[in-house]
Structure formats: structure tokens, C-alpha cells
Design a binder for this molecule. Sequence first.
Ligand code: ZN
Ligand code: MN
Length: 492
Amino acid sequence: MKSDYIATIGLEVHVQLKTKSKMFCTCPVEYGAEPNTHLCPVCIGLPGALPVMNLEALRMTALTGLIFECEIAQICKFDRKNYYYPDMPKNYQISQYDLPICQNGRVPLYDLAYPKDAQKSIKNPDKKVRLTRIHLEEDVAKSFHFESATGIDFNRAGTPLMEIVSQPDIESPEEAFAYLTSLKQALIYGGVSDADMEKGQLRCDCNVSVRPKNQTQFGAKIELKNLNSISGVRRALAFEIDRQIAALERGEKLAQETRRWDDDQGETFLMRTKESAHDYRYFPDPDLLPVKTDVFMGEVRQRLPELPWEKRERFERQYQISSYDAGVLANDLELSRYFEAAAKGARRPKAVANYVLNDLLSALSGAGKSLADCAIAPEQLTELAALVEDGKINSKQGKEVFAEMFASGKAPAQIVQAKGLAQESNVEAIEGLCRDVITANPKSVEDYRAGKAAAINFLKGQVMKASKGKANPNLVSETLERLLRPSPEARA
Ligand code: ZN
Ligand code: MN
């Protein structure tokens, strides 16, 4: 982005809640089910069918509000948003208009939420993006466009959908990325949604405008649609900001419009120019009575989870690991649980963190697996770390055992035994090997005694080789140094 322009970005995010049933009926919510198998008169909008509120969806929305420090409304009411919906036959959506459950919150943008390549140059490390509101509504059916026809799947119709609207506080594509990542992690931590953008569980629209730095009035607001990954949002915004700046530089005037992002082509395309603002003729839904939120807020408060940024601080303190490592672990709920299960029984949790962050993550990505299909139980990782700590095997052998654990799921002790890996820590055995190597390599011994300290590394390597890698390396160093120390007679 050119430095003499400012970008202003606001995001509207729709999130599918992880409830068992739909928002106003008892039909199950199930992702990927056979089309049109979860429907009833309420969710296909038959006249006269009566909605019944799903209180769990209200609780989840209020919990999201608590997570992001929102004010929770005392009364929660639903309104009808009237519109011609091809995928919602009753032609109104039950939503919230003037009284959203949550208002005014904040989403923290922490360092690891930024894209990796931008983490070193964060402009405002303590930034929190303000929220305007979070409200609850029902989703519409899903349309599938075939060659000459369109099919509609009503399984999604009437499922609870939470809308999170930010203030236009976001100033760069990287901040938008961090905002969405932070939002997503917290939603997963709260058990509110799986927030998988690729599955449509988190859908994002961006409003973006640019203006010259010396201008106070905002530029024309342009809305971006069809974004289906967090990195796609970053790419789309970067493209769009450059496009708008280039247009302004050419002296063009930008108008309010809606554009579609094409991720394959890496460009945005005009969908429609600004129509007059819709008048949805909102009015309170007469079928749904307002609900006092204090009937469930006590329970909701108890559900407030430890949040990713809080867990990071605790990990750092409790397990004596670096802030960065703690952050990487805490950034993924499943990974943080796995680590903690392994670290609890460990003498040196840092060693366990190293196995998780280095060996485990790279083995998983190499095998294209997720943590859920990992063959190594956390307790086995604790055991492996203990074998190395106790000097039963050395750290190089530890890696070998790890690889075998990952492949077979066998216990580390069993692998050590089967492979005959146990580290040689017997003083006499090692001394014997060292003496043999010293006798066989007079030149290196001479070099070492002449002051070439590095010559001992060659000797050490020979001993390790003779022991087939099993010798305790520290013991080998100590023994060699002791044997090579000039004897009193030699000094005389
Ligand atoms: Zn239904
Ligand atoms: Mn909405």
C-alpha cells in the first residue's frame, strides 16, 4: 500500500453456531447431510407454522459477547427482515434489528494471529478492533447452480447464524487476517462454532475504502463478496486497496459498489453498483416473545473459557517455555490440549514442548495428517522425554524412537528394547572403547595434546561410531578428556 493513502476496513462475519438443532425448530443441524433430509414446516416456511426459540443458540451468542467484552442486552427480541428470498420461502428472515444481544465489544489482534510473514512488522501490537454488534438470526437454504437448473437444499434453512459486525477499525489486509484468526480461535475455544471458512461455517464480507492521508472524509465504500479463506481475504483486500489507489491516482472517482473476489484470477470484479438502501420493513416477530437474558446469563458466565491469549501466558509461566512457543501451542485448541496432557507429568515440560513443536508438527504435516489421527498418545511423549532426560537413550536416538512411535503407535520403552537402542552409560564399557580409539589414532592424540582442542571431536566421533551410536555422548567426552589429560610423569 502506498504510504500517502489510508485504507479503512470493516468486516461483517456470519458464523454458524454448533447447536444440535436449528434456531426455531427441532430439526438437527448436520453439515454435509443428504440434501433436504432435515426439514419441517417451520424451517421450510409453511404458512402458519410457529417458531420456538432455541435457547442454546442465545446462550452461545451471549457467550461470544462475553468473550469479546460486549455489553449484553437485558432483553433479547427478534424481528422480521422482509425481502424476496429465493432460498427462504416465507420471504422474511428472522433476525435482530434494533436490539442485538451483544453490543460494543473488542477483538484483540495478537502477534501470532497475523500472517507469518507479517509478524515481525506489526504496527500496533496491542490493537483491539472494536465491535459494533453481535446478533443472532436464521440462515437461509443453500442453492446449487447446475447447468440448466438450480437445486435448493433446505437443510441449512433455519440453522442459527450469528452475525459479528466490526467497526471500520482495520487498516490493512494483515490486520484483517489477524482479526479473523483471533475471532476464529476464540469461537473454537468457546465451543461456539468450528469456524471453518472452507466449510462455510464462517463467512466474511469486507467493506473497504481508501483516501489520501490528508483527507478526513472517508472514500467510497466498496463491498467484497465471495471470500472463502482467511488468506483469501488478505489477498482480496490487498488487490482491492491497490486497485482503488491506482484509480484515484488516475483522477477517477470511485463509487459505492459491490465486487466479487476471484481467488484463481486474483482480481475483484464488479457485481453491482450501489442500489438505493434496502428498506426491509423490519418489525418485531409477533410469533416470538422477547426473552430476558438474565434467565440464562448466570450459566453463560460459567462457560467463559480460558482464551487463547490467556492460555499462552499461563503456559509460559507454568511450563517455563518461551512466549513464542506458548503462543504457537495455545493458538490451536487441540494442540494446546495435547501438549498440556503430555507436559503435566513431565519433569522438563520444555522438552515435551520441543517434541510437539518440532518433531510432531513436522511429522504430521509430512504425513498430511491432523492431530486427531496422531498415533502417539500424549503420555507416550512424556515417557519418551523421560527416557532422554534419564540418559537411557540420547537425544539422537530419541528422534529415531519418535519416528517409530509416529509410524507404529508403539510405546517408547518397547521400541527402545526392540531396536536395542538403550544408551550405553556403563563407565567401564565406555572407557574400554575410548582406550581402543586412543590407541588406534595416535596422530589425533598428538594434535590434541599439542593444543588442538578440536581434535577431541574426531576421537569422540570414533567412539560413538564404535558403539554404534549408543554411547552416552557426555560420558564419552568426560572419559576422553580424563584419559588424555597428561599424566604426572609425562609432565615431569
Ligand atoms: Zn425444521
Ligand atoms: Mn446477516
